[in-house]
Design a protein around this ligand. Structure first.
Ligand code: SF4
Length: 416
């Protein structure tokens, strides 16, 4: 992510799907105006989803996902269906790219069924329209007398458009139709801004130790600062060792102290009891998830037994931004608290098991890289399978006995 970029978790996600050799990657490139995917005449060149964050007018900041081409040989196959569903969990709008010279095939119909099943708004782009004869249907309006075309393009579908990645035909129209399909914006959630007034002071505690990334703050910290500034409040950023002195000289009680969860114990001791305290990760549990579910999930630590499995899930795809908190510190703290011999499984990025039944607890990171749709899926999956799901910050606060204080500051009351 560049310095000026909207985080991936905040972007509208558009997924492109289709059979191998339907020209899907070429359509993605025509729509984005960039060489986004590897395009080749050899079928199935795109083997992994390719993601690209970009500005796409008239939509604004979007995340484009170019998915691997589906098989030509009939059924999609279990693995591809699973992969497709995984990508669709993050997708706000889908585009099915169909080879117009062949028309809709069984795998295309299967994809359409999945879109409908998951309530994903979609468009069908009949690509290679330049290869169709003069009398072939265009613009989704087949002519009545063309029986063959009727068979290939069932009805004059309002969800279909004839396009050509080669000539650029109707590519702009496709973008405009995509913009029209975007679901109406939901109520804009805020990380902390809804609890602030102009002129408030908020003190942020960010340790800068060997494990912090070089030369920058991590995304949850950046997004919190931005939200504070949007509320016309003042963000004061300190390391944990300067906190006590800063509070003493501030001249005004801060509206909040927000800390990195790793230094919760020290910060909780240094912040006077009448100053609301919480953590970046807890703010994200509220923003991307369901704080009540996360609080209830943390209490499952009491029920853990020897040999129980705990899933630690992180949203980063490649290298973790939150360093070793999930893989090293959290397992250690959980083992120390429970005094149990626990087994840990770790997942990252888009990976998240469909079957959570082997786990007695799921601890999720703040998910700043994942969009709200994906987090909603994960939360609902855990709830449906009766597996407690919590969040790093909530769990750490629970293990340190300060959870009620840290969520009451966010106007959520819990039993001590
Ligand atoms: S581990 Fe989670 S909270 Fe941390 S940066 Fe990655 S997605 Fe964001």
């Amino acid at each position: 992510m560049g310095l000026n970029d909207t985080p991936a978790g905040e972007r509208l996600t558009i997924g492109f799907f289709g059979r191998r050799n339907a020209g899907k990657s070429s359509v993605v490139n025509a729509v984005t105006g960039q060489d986004l995917a590897v395009v080749s005449a050899v079928r199935g060149t795109t083997t992994d989803p390719v993601r690209k964050a970009m500005e796409l007018l008239p939509l604004g900041p979007v995340l484009i996902i170019d998915t691997p081409g589906i098989d030509d040989d009939g059924a999609l196959g279990e693995l591809r269906v699973r992969k497709t569903r995984q990508i669709l969990r993050q997708t706000a709008v889908a585009v099915l790219v169909v080879d117009a010279t062949l028309g809709l095939t069984a795998p295309d119909e299967e994809l359409l069924a999945i879109f409908r099943d998951q309530n994903i708004p979609y468009l069908i782009g009949y690509n290679k329209a330049d290869l169709l004869g003069e009398n072939s249907p265009r613009d989704g309006k087949p002519r009545d007398h063309e029986a063959r075309d009727h068979e290939i393009f069932p009805a004059a579908r309002s969800d279909a458009l004839f396009i050509s990645a080669t000539t650029g035909e109707n590519i702009d129209a496709l973008k405009k139709r995509l913009a029209a399909l975007v679901p109406a914006p939901e109520i804009k959630l805020r990380l902390i801004g809804d609890l602030l007034n102009g002129g408030d002071f908020v003190v942020l505690v960010t340790p800068i130790d060997a494990s912090a990334p070089r030369g920058r703050l991590i995304l949850p910290q950046q997004q919190t600062i931005r939200d504070i500034l949007e509320s016309d409040a003042t963000a004061i950023v300190v390391k944990e060792f300067e906190l006590r002195d800063t509070l003493a000289h501030l001249g005004k009680k801060p509206r909040f102290v927000i800390t990195d969860s790793q230094v919760f114990a020290k910060v909780a001791a240094d912040v006077p009891p009448d100053v609301p305290l919480t953590s970046f990760s807890i703010l994200f549990a509220r923003y991307k998830g369901d704080l009540r579910q996360a609080v209830a999930g943390a209490a499952a630590a009491e029920n853990l037994r020897d040999g129980d499995a705990v899933l630690i899930a992180e949203g980063c795809t490649h290298h973790r931004q939150c360093d070793d908190i999930g893989t090293v510190k959290l397992p250690r703290w959980l083992k120390n608290y429970t005094r149990r011999d626990l087994r840990f499984t770790f997942t990252a990025g888009g990976e998240f098991p469909d079957d959570l039944s082997p786990f007695k607890l799921v601890a999720h990171c703040g998910a700043c890289m994942l969009n709200a749709r994906e987090m909603q899926y994960r939360r609902r999956l855990a709830a449906a399978q009766h597996v407690p799901l919590t969040n790093y910050g909530v769990l750490i606060a629970y293990l340190q006995g300060i959870l009620p204080r840290c969520v009451e500051s966010l106007e959520l009351r819990v039993k001590s």
